[in-house]
Ligand binder design. Structure first.
Ligand code: M6R
Length: 608
């Protein structure tokens, strides 16, 4: 959730710490801080709110130390104010922390009884005091950290800087990602490769339970048992991590507009367009014919991608699909069948609940396939098979292009499973591949309706509550549309299966509440149109996203209409996702909201 970075440099490190934190701000932006050694003494600067507040403080009183640590926070324990901002300091050390220390209350009481005075409401501060206590008892910095780690419960990544130790950084990882990096300007620690990309030419990921001791000359990894170990160094391609908004006002706008390209790129990774077949870029770790069931687990938008995929996998591969959000699935103690496949979906590949769901499925003998956007992520590394989405870095906190790329991968997988199980014919495969191949172009057509969607968004922005309706795959897309509106514009929104309307929510209908109907031209269109008419008959405020044929069939007064091409495709939801995203985007922009970094959110949720 939070982002951490550490640098042992040759020049003053504060500017590089800030640059790395900018790349990590997607992980949280409640407060930020850094500590450097000024003439050997620990000095820290912290600020609540966005990173620019910290930058302003540093501009007023610059730091010149050549070793330092930095942090950008997503608050778990304690308010998002300056006092609770990291780094936390005790005696002669400073620490930055990503994650949760579950036993912090017991440790805090124990340390308070020994005279430690706590300055914050955070769980993280206890780590500083725990290490300080070991140093008081005579341990050197590395031994003190190693001993302290044995006392901590929870999931975390940590970076430590010590007073008077200008050539020492220590990092630790349990349940949250951390990488060490080597570059011309020094050695580094960072939550992810994106943070280190401007500085490091090589990185190595810490494994679960590792800690690492860095000096400018030597980087030493230790495993959970404390043994010195080697970790694989891999080159870092700086170019692939370029992060800029191009000509767009927000990252989210850029990412929405990138979709025809990145969905096309993802599809071409999985399809052989010349032969009209699906060609998976990996070997399946199981015999598809013997599969008994597919279980899907994920969080947020990635979960909605899974819900859509259920329709495709059941229909094209004739496989039963069970799906649950990861935070529930991990604790449900669900029995999992022999020869079952579990699919985890995650943009970041670091979401704590999704990772826990993966581990549960693994211990229950499932084949593990993950659909992730970050190849080096923990979820990818712990999977039997990794199906990559080639969306590129997604910086906007609201997921857009990662979502449609997840759908693209799922669609290919459903067809591939259908073929491998002998339930889809060659001709059916060809027809579905042709539909998929046409999708990026149709998404580009949908983007061309942006001006119209912006007008509709202005109307929606005036509401305090919105209902989204859809059937079939458009039902989970309605859930996703409501999530996008909530997280970006803070307007209350609900997604509903159109057929459920009359079982309760119809009581809500009045002209103050826009009802957005997703009506792709599939076998259920007629039914969706009937539901739309039920809303119209009660004086509802109707907005239709559909084809001209749907508009004509609706024959009702509409407050808004977004016309999409007449898409005869089972995968029309990929195209319908575009206006759904643009609508939430423009409503939020119109309302003056922080589109790329909505309040209270973080891009990567590495805590429960
Ligand atoms: O990195 P992941 O795909 O695992 O993240 C899952 C959710 O946290 C994420 O999709 C979240 O719901 C987004 N804010 C949605 O826009």
């Amino acid at each position: 959730m939070c982002g951490i970075v550490g640098i042992l440099g040759r020049e003053p490190v504060a500017p590089s710490l800030i640059e790395a934190l900018k790349r990590l701000e997607y992980r949280g932006y409640d407060s930020a801080g850094l500590a450097t050694l000024e003439q050997g003494r620990l000095t820290r600067v912290r600020a609540s709110g966005k990173l620019r507040n910290l930058e302003e403080k540093l501009a007023a009183s610059p730091l010149s130390g050549t070793s330092g640590i930095g942090h950008t926070r997503w608050a778990t324990h304690g308010r998002p104010n300056e006092t609770n901002a990291h780094p936390h300091i005790s005696d002669k050390l400073a620490v930055v922390h990503n994650g949760i220390i579950e036993n912090f209350r017991e440790l805090r009481e124990e340390l308070a009884a020994k005279g430690h005075v706590f300055a914050t409401e955070t769980d993280s501060e206890v780590v500083a005091h725990l290490v300080a206590e070991q140093i008081r008892e005579g341990a050197g910095p590395a031994a003190a950290v190693a001993r302290a780690l044995t006392r901590l419960k929870g999931a975390f990544a940590l970076a430590f800087l010590f007073d008077g130790e200008a050539d020492l950084l220590i990092g630790a990882r349990r349940g949250a990602p951390l990488a060490a990096g080597w570059g011309e300007g020094g050695v580094y620690l960072g939550s992810d490769a994106l943070a280190l990309a401007p500085f490091a030419h090589t990185i190595a990921y810490l494994e679960e339970g590792d800690h690492v001791v860095l000096t400018r000359e030597r980087v030493t990894f230790h495993d959970a048992a404390g043994h010195e170990v080697e970790r694989r160094r891999q080159p870092l391609q700086a170019g692939s991590f370029l992060v800029d908004k191009g000509n767009f006002r927000h990252f989210m706008a850029k990412e929405i507009h990138e979709q025809p390209e990145v969905v096309g790129r993802t599809l071409s990774h999985y399809l052989d367009l010349a032969s009209g077949t699906v060609r998976l870029p990996f070997e399946l770790s199981f015999d598809a014919k013997k599969l008994s069931r597919v279980t899907i687990s994920a969080c947020g938008t990635a979960f909605y991608a899974g819900l859509i995929a259920r329709y495709w996998i059941e229909r094209y591969a004739r496989l039963a699909v069970e799906i649950d959000i990861a935070s529930e699935f991990r604790y449900r103690e669900a029995p999992l069948p022999n020869d079952g496949l579990t699919i985890l979906v995650s943009q970041s590949g670091e979401t704590a609940d999704t990772l826990a769901a993966l581990r549960y499925a693994k211990t229950h003998g499932q084949h593990i396939l993950s659909i992730v956007n970050v190849e080096t992520s923990t979820i990818a590394r712990e999977s039997d098979t990794v199906a990559l989405t080639l969306a590129g870095p997604e910086i906007g906190v609201a997921s857009t292009k990662a979502f449609t790329c997840q759908l693209a991968v799922f669609a290919c997988l459903a067809v591939a499973l259908g073929r491998a199980r002998g339930v889809l014919s060659e001709a059916e495969e060809k027809a579905l591949v042709a539909e998929l191949a046409a999708t990026p172009g149709l998404m580009a057509d949908a983007l061309a309706h942006e001006a119209r969607i912006e007008l509709v968004a202005r109307d929606v922005a005036r509401a305090s509550s919105v209902l989204y309706l859809g059937r079939g795959p458009a039902y989970p897309l309605a859930l996703e549309g409501a999530l996008k509106l909530k997280e970006l514009s803070y307007i209350h929104a609900e997604g509903y299966a159109a057929g459920e309307l009359k079982h309760g929510p119809i009581a809500l209908i009045d002209y103050a509440m826009p009802v957005i109907v997703l009506a792709p031209p599939d076998a259920t269109l007629e039914k969706t149109v009937s539901n739309l008419q039920e809303v119209a008959a009660r004086g509802g405020h109707l907005i239709l996203i559909g084809s001209r044929a749907a508009r004509e069939a609706a024959a009702a007064d509409l407050a808004g209409f977004v016309e999409l091409p007449d898409i005869a495709s089972a995968f029309a939801v990929l195209v319908y996702a575009v206006p759904v995203q643009l609508l939430a985007y423009h409503a939020a922009v119109f309302m003056g909201k922080d589109v790329d970094q909505p309040r209270n959110l973080a891009k990567s949720v590495t805590v429960e």
